[in-house]
Design a protein around this ligand. Structure first.
Ligand code: C2E
Ligand code: CA
Ligand code: CA
Length: 713
């Protein structure tokens, strides 16, 4: 470190170069400059020729010296930096040459100075220059003598002292490395040994755990899993109604509890199932089998009969005025009556026969192993038993019954068809007031539509399968269309257009008529409002049924409708039949009065077919009579019809009522009706019922025709 920090020790040449030669160099330059200055201080003119050549020589010496010093510095740099060693000899040679020139120069100068007796100062300077240059060159020679190796003082130290130390250090490091490697090898061996031991222990533990697990599994399997699986299987079998295999006989408490619980549950499920089955298969009111059970037994009976080539009979029956009884005497009475009917049926029949209640007042009886004659005879017995008076809550009730009979296999080979056909036969019995009817294949076509009516009517209301047609009503005096009658149509998804005669009575029986009537009123009023806005101020007739008029809320419902659509009440006419009036005269009168107060007109429809006397009508708020079409249509085939029509017109006028003749089919009828001063005519002669858009066209063209004088009048 000391060598590195001390320049003279680090670079030995520097002592000579810096210490001696530099000083000499400076002195030489000083002396030279001094001499030059002395000579220059004299003006050029005053200089002698010797002095002038002296000055030249001095300046030359000065320059050469500078060159010498530069060359020497270059040499030093090369040496110290160990740069271009190969140029050193050339550089030394250059220095020698330069020095010789300087030396020649100084020698000449001092000679000249002394000879020409120049200023002392100049003489001394030149002498000094010569002396100093010699001295400098001595120093240079000394520098040259320095060995190549000694130019840097640290090199011997590095090679002789530091390098051996490094060698030693590396040796030690190698030793240390070896030692470490050895100890690492030893450690590795040790650890491998420990790892092996741990591995062995782990295997041992694993084997032990495995054995324990296997044993536990076996214990678990035999004591729990298998018994539970067996219970589960039994549960599943039980759920699927299969025979339950033996329950496991295992001693563990848990499993025993489980099997006990299962046995108990099975018993409870069984009894509940029985109860549920009974509920599902029986009618709650009469405890008789219901439709499901009947169908089940019927299917079985059909299978048996088929195998043994026997016949069987299915009897369908329903009560004729049950709905009225229910409505007037209350549900309790109705229910009690149904229970008595059920009991009487069971009484007169064998235990082997099935008596079922299908709903409402509808019952069915399945008679097995019976022929047609005997079936009809038993139907007679049933009729006789059921038509006897019933004592229900201090009421004595007489109830009509209609029975339909269908025989397997001639009237149907499946349960469904047999039931359908018994139903059709019952329907026919009811219509013809026949009591009992045996199914007749020839009536099939007609009856099928009746049947589908029964089942599809409810859906028709939901699915909006109804639409309306309008039949014009013509004023006989003016020939103007003064109103239309709304007529209901049913667009059945399968049977196509169904006419009201084929479904209105069913709708009445099922009570659906109320909803249908509401719909008709709503739609017809909307349509007529439209006609009014188009400029056709005509009245609207809507048909109501028995049940509508019994409803005390009818007047309110109609008032709301009129308000809703802002339809004037005096444009609305409600058509009701005499039958409607007779069913509940007092209630009907109340309802009619209210309607009358609102300004609504009441028309007695199908007039002439019922029994109502005109006098009776006088006390009712009735505005018009509609002569039934059966009289009008055949007026000229049957003279008595013409007489009836004529006298109805006369009598009605006497009572202050207007008369509409419906069923006007030809001009002859038209002419006579006009002669008798019938007020209004309706019928195919004027127009068939029309859809709303056809009616709009019809109204427009009839206005035009009247303007052109082509009217039927
Ligand atoms: P209705 O009230 O006596 O209606 C007149 C019936 O006679 C209509 O039959 C009509 O198309 C038909 N008709 C009209 N002009 C002639 C003719 O010149 N010759 C013949 N042969 N028939 C003619 P539709 O439309 O089949 O209606 C039948 C019955 O259904 C109606 O008899 C009515 O009692 C009932 N009905 C129709 N629409 C409704 C309704 O919206 N509600 C209720 N409750 N009953 C309705
Ligand atoms: Ca009518
Ligand atoms: Ca009518």
């Amino acid at each position: 470190m000391t060598v590195r920090q001390t320049a003279n020790l680090m670079y030995p040449a520097m002592r000579i170069a810096n210490g001696e030669m530099l000083e000499v160099n400076q002195q030489f330059l000083f002396e030279t400059d001094n001499a030059i200055r002395v000579l220059e201080e004299k003006t050029q003119a005053r200089l002698s020729s010797q002095e002038r050549s002296m000055l030249r020589l001095l300046i030359d010496a000065h320059d050469k010296w500078q060159g010498l010093i530069s060359a020497y510095r270059l040499y030093l740099i090369n040496r110290l930096g160990s740069l271009h060693e190969d140029v050193l000899p050339t550089q030394i040679n250059d220095i020698d040459i330069l020095f010789n020139r300087v030396s020649d120069n100084t020698r000449e100068l001092s000679r000249l100075a002394r000879r020409h007796n120049l200023d002392l100062e100049v003489v001394v300077a030149t002498e000094q220059m010569h002396l100093l240059s010699g001295q400098w060159y001595g120093g240079f020679k000394e520098v040259l003598r320095i060995n190549t190796g000694n130019w840097r003082g640290d090199i011997p130290l590095m090679t002789d002292k530091i390098h051996p130390l490094f060698v030693q250090l590396y040796q030690r490091l190698d030793q240390l490395d070896d030692a470490l490697k050895q100890s690492a090898d030893v450690d590795l061996a040790k650890q491998t040994q420990i790892g092996g031991t741990i591995m062995q222990s782990l295997w041992g533990v694993a084997l032990f755990v495995f054995c324990v697990a296997i044993v536990s599994l076996i214990v678990l399997e035999y004591n729990f899993i298998r018994p539970i699986a067996s219970v589960a299987r039994s549960l599943k079998d039980e759920a699927q109604g299969k025979l339950v295999e033996q329950l496991p006989d295992v001693q563990t408490t848990e499993i025993r509890d489980l099997t006990d619980a299962f046995r108990e549950m099975r018993q409870q499920v069984h009894s509940r199932q029985m109860a549920l089955e009974h509920i599902a298969m029986h009618d709650s009111l009469t405890s008789l089998p219901n439709r499901i059970l009947l169908m089940d037994r019927l299917n079985q009976a059909i299978n048996n009969a088929r195998k043994r080539q026997r016949t069987l009979a299915l009897v369908m029956l329903d009560l004729d005025r049950f709905k009225e009884i229910n409505d007037t005497l209350g549900h309790q009475t109705g229910d009690a009556l149904l229970q008595q009917v059920g009991a009487r049926l069971r009484e007169v029949l064998r235990d082997s026969d099935t008596v079922a209640r299908l709903g409402g007042d509808e019952f069915a009886v399945l008679l097995t192993s019976i022929n047609e004659t005997n079936a009809m005879r038993i139907a007679g017995t049933i009729l006789e038993a059921l038509e006897k008076v019933y004592e229900v809550y201090e009421h004595s009730l007489y109830v009509g019954v209609s029975l339909g009979v269908a025989i397997f296999p001639q009237h149907g080979e499946t349960a469904e068809i047999l039931l359908q056909h018994a139903d059709v036969a019952m329907y026919v019995a009811k219509r013809s007031n026949n009591g009992i009817t045996l199914y007749d294949t020839r009536r099939d076509q007609h009856s099928v539509s009746q049947l589908s009516v029964l089942s599809d009517l409810r859906e028709a209301v939901e699915n909006q399968e109804f639409y309306l047609e309008y039949q014009p009503e013509l004023s006989m005096s003016t020939g103007a269309i003064i109103g239309v009658e709304a007529l209901l149509r049913w667009r059945h998804p399968v049977h196509g257009i169904v006419m009201p005669d084929d479904f209105i009575s069913t709708a009445e029986q099922t009570g659906l008529i109320k909803r249908i009537s509401q719909w008709v009123l709503d739609k017809a009023i909307q349509d007529c409002v439209r006609l009014h806005t188009l400029g056709h101020k005509i009245s609207l007739s809507v048909n109501l049924s028995v049940w509508d008029i019994q409803e005390t809320s009818l007047a309110n419902a109609i008032r709301n409708k009129l308000e809703q659509y802002a339809f004037p009440a005096d444009y609305l006419m409600l058509e009701i039949t005499e039958r409607v009036m007779m069913a509940e005269p007092e209630r009907a009168r109340q309802v009619l009065k209210e309607l009358d107060k609102m300004g609504i007109k009441i028309v007695i429809d199908d007039f002439g077919t019922g029994f109502s006397s005109l006098v009776y009508l006088k006390n009712l708020p009735v505005n018009m009579l509609k002569v039934d079409k059966s009289f009008v249509m055949d007026m000229f085939k049957d003279e008595s019809n013409a007489t009836i029509v004529h006298s109805i017109v006369e009598l009605a006028h006497n009572l202050g009522l207007q008369v509409i003749a419906e069923g006007v089919e030809n001009d002859q009828t038209w002419i006579w009706l006009k002669k008798w001063h019938c007020d209004i005519a309706q019928g195919y002669y004027i127009s068939h019922p029309l859809t709303l858009s056809d009616l709009e066209h019809y109204l427009i063209s009839s206005v035009k025709e009247r303007l052109l004088g082509k009217s039927v009048t």
